[in-house]
Write a protein that binds this ligand. Structure first.
Ligand code: ADP
Ligand code: GLC
Length: 491
């Protein structure tokens, strides 16, 4: 496979508000790093543009500062400083955009809440990206924008800014519409005619996500089932009609896994490594995790792990429901949750862990090392999401022999096959209803199978054998880029 790009290779510029390892709040960062790497393997020339937040150490990532500031034309000119280098360990070009609006504590908000000018900050990122692509990188064929933060890049691309032939928008999460006040038109120097229901206007405000949906040549989301869900009133957040109208250019492409980072046989963050053929190391990881989290060290008890934002999306309200606390207390199982997010839910989870200290261990904050140790040390992986566009951690769990217990929604439904004892098939356990008793019933079903050694072994082996590497999904994106390039070849 080529790792260097041929002359005449397609040039694709990604615009992403977070990119691993520079910045991360969730799966977008994983995708914005792994998809570009996979595209390079297919012979595409790729650059990624992302903000330089206060937390980004440009020295650590060997990014060099361009001496000349870059003027970015919005309602008025804003000058940004550009740091340039490579996505660590890859030929992907990386640009980090520096401006005082990014130099704050927090990526999207701080302890006082979301920043009120996020639409301006990410409008600046999108416009700066198009200038960088044209003026510093040497030209772009297709712009690939991610989520609402990249939403204005397709709009400006359609107006000829940056000179790309067309654009793709990937929706990672429909719950975030990127709302802006009407003043965005003047502040960002947008053409006044886009302020209409056919443009980015959405019930009297502006939506940067809508701008992307309307103006991109292709819209994708991160699993086939989620692509269907967002076209329904339940999943569309008021944009289902628009998405139904755009169905011809909308598709679902399942995310992949970067197995360089997530493989139990070579993961340097684990107390012991293991492979499908020899799970002795996994037992050591479990005991070490139980010790670390001060849970009783018991090999015979099923240990459910979770690494998750603690928000409404992820389903933790089901677990803290008073309706099922007695059932949970009666279940001979342990649960480990690493997460951060919503203060109220975190507080309720903490209360539960204090009432059931030998059963539930909660760790809050962001901890990459612990995330890996939970992935390896758990027997089962809990993901009761209310909705889930794709979900990456259940894919990591499959590779770590940690059997997923998921709600049948979005990418969770697409990536996990329910256990069926009579036929000896399946890779995990699915719960269909979004209800506390349904979740507990499925956890009990999983805990019972955990005690059936042969069945459990089958589940683990089938899960570990699944291949969610990026190459197949990257090929699908490449096809979209090629279609756009061909459609616009006269330009
Ligand atoms: P989402 O993007 O909705 O948060 P995903 O499953 O797609 O969900 O991706 C979550 C990513 O963030 C995974 O790489 C996961 O390991 C990581 N992650 C989430 N919370 C934490 C945390 N508290 N500490 C470390 N990693 C976390
Ligand atoms: C979003 C979604 C998650 C998805 C991730 C990467 O944060 O919530 O389901 O895996 O983006 O696409």
């Amino acid at each position: 496979m080529p790792t260097t790009t041929a002359p005449g290779a397609l040039r694709v510029l990604h615009v992403a508000s977070e990119v691993e390892p520079l910045s991360k709040t969730g799966g977008l960062a994983d995708v914005a790093a792994a998809l570009p790497r996979a595209l390079v393997q297919l012979g595409v020339k790729v650059a990624v543009v992302t903000p330089r937040y206060r937390s980004v150490d440009v020295g650590r990532w060997a990014l060099a500062r361009r001496l000349r500031p870059l003027p970015v034309q919005l309602g008025h000119t804003m000058e940004v400083t550009v740091h340039e280098g490579n996505l660590p360990g890859s030929p992907v070009t990386l640009y980090a955009v520096d401006h005082p609006v990014f130099d704050r504590d927090g990526i999207y908000g701080d302890k006082h809440g979301e920043f009120g000018d996020n639409w301006l900050r990410f409008g600046l990122l999108s416009r700066a990206a198009l200038h960088i692509g044209q003026e510093l990188w040497g030209g772009v064929d297709v712009v690939h924008a991610h989520d609402w933060q990249g939403g204005l890049a397709p709009l400006w691309t359609a107006r000829g800014v940056g000179g790309a032939r067309g654009s793709v928008l990937t929706i990672h999460n429909m719950a975030f519409l990127g709302m802006a006040p009407p003043g965005l038109i003047g502040e960002l120097g947008l053409p006044p005619e886009v302020w209409s229901p056919e443009g980015l206007e959405f019930y009297g405000k502006g939506s940067l996500l809508k701008a992307g949906i309307v103006f991109a040549d292709r819209v994708t989301t991160v699993s086939p089932r989620y692509a269907r869900e967002i076209r329904t009133p339940e999943g569309g957040y008021g944009m289902d009609g628009l998405l139904r109208a755009r169905a011809g250019k909308l598709s679902g492409i399942l995310n992949g896994v970067d197995y360089q980072l997530w493989s139990p046989e070579r993961d340097p963050r684990l107390p012991a490594n293991y492979r499908a053929g020899d799970l002795a190391g996994k037992a050591l990881c479990k005991a070490a995790l139980q010790r670390e989290l001060e849970l009783p060290v018991r090999p015979d008890v099923p240990l459910f792990g979770a690494i998750s934002r603690i928000t409404d999306q992820k389903g933790w309200d089901l677990l803290v429901s008073h309706e099922v606390e007695a059932e949970l207390a009666a279940l001979d199982a342990q649960i480990v949750i690493l997460g951060s997010g919503d203060g109220g839910l975190e507080h309720r989870l903490r209360g539960l862990s204090q009432r059931l200290p030998s059963k539930l261990a909660l760790r809050t904050g962001y901890d990459d090392g612990l995330a890996h140790r939970i992935m390896a040390g758990s027997d089962l992986y809990l993901m009761p999401s209310r909705f889930e566009p794709c979900g990456l951690t259940q894919l990591y769990a499959l590779r770590y022999g940690t059997v997923p217990v998921v709600r049948a929604t979005g990418g969770l439904d697409d990536s996990v096959v329910d256990h069926d004892a009579p036929t000896g098939t399946g890779t995990g356990f699915k719960v269909h209803d979004y209800a506390p008793h349904a979740l507990l019933a499925t956890m009990r079903r999983a805990a019972a199978v955990f005690r059936q050694r042969v069945e459990l072994r089958g589940l683990i082996q089938r899960g570990m054998a699944m291949d969610f590497s990026w190459s197949a999904s990257a090929r699908r994106y490449l096809t979209l880029y090629q279609e756009i390039a061909k459609e616009k070849s006269g330009k």
